[in-house]
Design a protein. Structure first.
Length: 628
C-alpha cells in the first residue's frame, strides 16, 4: 500500500522553483536559495542552497549566527541533504561542531576577500584622459569579481596611476608623451581651435581649423605607435606578457596600440569603444548608410535633407582622408616592421571578438548593428552619494531655486579669460546658486551666487534633488550622467565629438546648444533661463530619457562584465563575427557581381544589336535583288 505524503515525508520538505517570499517568510521552516535578509526579518531558520551572486555570502552571514545550514550544490546523497534539513528544523543551535564551523567560515571569508583562484587574467591597454575614467570603472568591477587585472601604462601617463588596489601595472618606459597625456597640449589645442572657429566665415579659417586637428591626430598617433614599437622591441617585456598567460586583452581602440598588442600575443580582443582611429566605431563593422547615419563632425541628425546628405558624404570623405594620410601611417609602419605582410590595424580592429559600445539608443540615433556589439552606454553612472559637508551646505543654501552645475570635464580645465567673464556675468543674473569647476584666473564679473572649485563630485551633484541644470562641454561621460539623473543640459561644445553629442540632446528636446565663440551675456542668460524653466519641455524630456535609460533587464555594467567573462570562458567569440571585415571592399558592396551583371547585359544588348543589324542588312540586300 502506498504511503501517504505525511508518512513519506513527515517534515513536509518541499523544493519549489519559485515562491512568493512574503507569505513563505511567516512559515516556521523553509529551505531556499540563499537570500538572508527577508528570512532574518521573519525570524526563520533556513537551509541554504547558494547558487548566484551574493547568495553564498548571505549564507555565511546567516551561518555566523547559527541560523543556516549550507547545501553547496555538489552531488550528495538525498539522505544527507534531508539530514541537514531535519537538523535545521530541530534547531541549528544544537550543532556539536560550532567551533569548527566558525573556523571554516573565517577561512572562506579570507579566501573571498581577495581575487578568486578561478578568476581570469585580463591585460588592459588604456587611453588617458576621460577614456581612462570609464575604463577604470570596468577594471574595478573586474577586480571585484575576482579577476586579475594588469594594466600596461605609459611612463608619461597623466591619469593612469602606477599603483592601485584594483590592478597591477607594467610601465612602458619612453620619452615621447602622447598629446592626450598632456593638459598643457590639450589646452593649447583648445585655444587655437576656438580662435579658428571665431573666424569660421572664412574658408581659410575652416581649413586652418582642420589642419590644426589633423596635426593633433598625427602627433598623437605617432606617439601611440612609438609606444607599440618600444614594447615590441623589448623582448623581455613581451616574454613576460606571454608567460603571464592572459585570457584576453581589453583596450580602447581610439588609439589602437592595444589592438596591436593583442595580435602580437595572439589573445582574444575586447574593445571598450565609442571611437576608433578613423571615426565612430560602428562605421568599422556595421552597415552605415550615409543617408540617415550622421558622420562624426557633420553635426547632422538622422533626419537629413538633401544638402545635409551631401555634407554627410563630404564629411565621410574627409574622415577617410584623415585616416589614410594622418592616423593610419604610423601604425602601418609598425605592422610592416613586426607582422607578416597583409596585416593592417583597421582589419585587426574589425576582427575584435567583442565590441563593448559605450552607447545607449536613448541618446544615440537608431542604426543597424552586429551580434558581437554589446551596448553599455552609461555604465559608469551610479546612484548619487552624500556630498562633502561644505558642498552640501552650499547646495542647501540655494533654497527653492536650486543649483546649476558647470564643468568642462576631465581633459579641459578652463576657458580663455574673456569667455569666462561672459559666463560669470550670466551666472550672476540667476537666482540659483552655481557650482563651477574652473581652473584659471577668477573672473572679475563673478557673482556672489557662484562658487568656483577645482574639483567636484559631478555624478553625486547631478543626482542631488536641488540640481536644476547642467552646463557642460558635451563630453560623453557627463551627458550620460545627466541622462541617468534626469538633469537638462546647456551645451557649450568645444572640440572633438562634443558638437555631435549636443546635436543628439537637442534632437531629443533635452537641452540647448550655444556656440561658445559667439557667447554674449544676454543670449547665455536667456538660454539658462529656458533650460531652468519648468514650463519648458527640457526637464520633462530629460526625465523621460532617464526613465527609458534605466528601464532595462540588466544593468549596462553587468552586461559588459558578463560578455567579458563569456570571452574568457570560450577563448574568444569568433562565432559572433561576420565575414564582412575579411571581404575586399568591392566584394562587400557586390561591385564585382554588379560589374558581371552589367557586362552580361551589355554583351547581350550588343549581341542583339549586331544580330538586328545583320538581319536588317540581309533584308535590304534581298529587297534590292528583287527590285533589279
Amino acid at each position: 500500500m502506498e504511503k501517504s505524503e505525511t508518512e513519506r515525508d513527515p517534515w513536509r520538505i518541499r523544493n519549489s522553483p519559485w515562491e512568493a517570499t512574503g507569505p513563505e517568510m511567516a512559515r516556521s521552516n523553509t529551505l531556499e536559495e540563499g537570500d538572508v535578509v527577508a528570512f532574518q526579518g521573519a525570524g526563520v531558520p533556513k537551509g541554504c542552497s547558494p547558487l548566484l551572486g551574493s547568495v553564498p555570502k548571505s549564507w555565511l552571514l546567516g551561518r555566523a549566527v547559527t541560523t543556516s545550514v549550507l547545501y553547496t550544490g555538489e552531488p550528495v546523497a538525498a539522505g544527507l541533504t534531508q539530514l541537514h534539513v531535519l537538523h535545521l528544523v530541530r534547531g541549528c543551535s544544537d550543532w556539536a561542531a560550532d567551533a569548527m564551523a566558525a573556523l571554516l567560515v573565517a577561512l572562506v571569508l579570507l579566501l573571498w576577500a581577495g581575487p578568486g583562484c578561478d578568476g581570469g587574467r585580463v591585460l588592459v591597454y588604456p587611453v588617458d584622459g576621460s577614456h581612462w575614467v570609464n575604463m577604470q570603472v570596468l577594471l574595478k568591477a573586474l577586480h571585484a569579481r575576482g579577476h586579475q587585472v594588469t594594466v600596461l601604462r605609459s611612463a608619461t601617463s597623466w591619469y593612469v596611476s602606477e599603483r592601485s588596489p584594483h590592478y597591477t601595472s607594467i610601465t612602458v618606459q619612453h620619452d615621447t608623451a602622447q598629446t592626450i597625456e598632456s593638459e598643457e597640449s590639450m589646452t593649447r589645442y583648445l585655444h587655437r581651435s576656438l580662435e579658428f572657429r571665431q573666424k569660421s566665415s572664412s574658408p581659410l579659417a575652416f581649413l586652418a581649423l582642420y589642419s590644426n586637428f589633423f596635426k593633433l591626430l598625427s602627433d598623437t598617433n605617432m606617439a601611440s605607435a612609438h609606444v607599440a614599437r618600444t614594447m615590441f622591441k623589448d623582448q623581455v617585456l613581451m616574454q613576460k606578457l606571454r608567460e603571464a598567460r592572459f585570457d584576453l586583452v581589453l583596450t580602447d581602440p581610439v588609439f589602437p596600440t592595444g589592438v596591436l598588442v593583442a595580435h602580437y600575443l595572439q589573445l582574444p580582443l575586447v574593445l571598450n569603444v565609442r571611437w576608433i582611429v578613423n571615426g565612430e566605431g560602428h562605421f568599422a563593422i556595421t552597415p552605415s548608410p550615409l543617408s540617415y547615419i550622421p558622420q562624426v563632425f557633420s553635426q547632422n541628425s538622422d533626419r537629413m535633407d538633401f544638402l545635409q546628405r551631401v555634407s554627410n558624404i563630404l564629411y565621410h570623405g574627409l574622415n577617410q582622408y584623415m585616416y589614410y594620410f594622418y592616423t593610419n601611417p604610423p601604425y602601418e609602419a609598425v605592422c610592416q616592421e613586426f607582422f607578416p605582410p597583409g596585416v593592417d590595424v583597421f582589419s585587426l580592429t574589425q576582427g575584435a571578438d567583442l565590441w563593448l559600445m559605450r552607447v545607449d539608443f536613448v541618446f544615440e540615433f537608431p542604426r543597424p548593428t552586429m551580434p558581437n556589439v554589446v551596448y553599455m552606454g552609461g555604465f559608469q553612472c551610479r546612484p548619487a552619494q552624500p556630498l562633502p559637508p561644505e558642498l552640501e551646505e552650499f547646495v542647501q543654501s540655494s533654497g527653492e531655486h536650486g543649483v546649476v552645475l558647470m564643468s568642462l570635464g576631465t581633459l579641459l580645465g578652463g576657458l580663455q579669460p574673456h569667455f569666462s567673464e561672459v559666463i560669470a556675468s550670466a551666472f550672476a543674473r540667476l537666482p540659483q546658486k552655481v557650482l563651477w569647476r574652473h581652473l584659471g584666473a577668477r573672473p572679475s564679473t563673478l557673482g556672489n551666487n557662484t562658487l568656483l572649485v577645482d574639483w567636484l563630485p559631478q555624478n553625486d551633484l547631478l543626482g542631488h534633488p536641488k540640481t536644476r541644470a547642467f552646463v557642460t562641454h558635451g563630453g560623453t561621460n557627463g551627458i550620460y550622467e545627466a541622462i541617468y539623473h534626469g538633469v537638462p543640459v546647456l551645451g557649450l561644445p568645444l572640440i572633438f565629438d562634443q558638437m555631435d553629442n549636443m546635436v543628439r540632446m537637442e534632437a531629443r528636446g533635452a537641452g540647448i546648444t550655444l556656440d561658445v565663440t559667439l557667447l554674449e551675456v544676454d543670449s547665455l542668460t536667456q538660454a539658462l533661463r529656458d533650460v531652468l524653466d519648468e514650463q519648458k519641455p527640457y526637464r520633462e524630456n530629460m526625465r523621460r530619457m532617464s526613465r527609458l535609460h534605466r528601464d532595462r533587464p540588466i544593468e549596462p555594467l553587468d552586461s559588459g562584465l558578463f560578455w567579458i567573462e563569456y570571452v574568457m570562458r570560450h577563448g574568444g567569440a569568433a562565432h559572433l563575427r561576420t565575414e564582412s571585415y575579411r571581404m575586399p571592399w568591392y566584394a562587400y558592396h557586390n561591385l564585382d557581381v554588379l560589374a558581371l551583371l552589367l557586362g552580361s547585359a551589355m554583351a547581350l544588348l550588343l549581341l542583339i544589336s549586331v544580330t538586328c543589324r545583320c538581319l536588317f542588312q540581309r533584308l535590304c540586300r534581298v529587297r534590292k535583288v528583287k527590285q533589279q
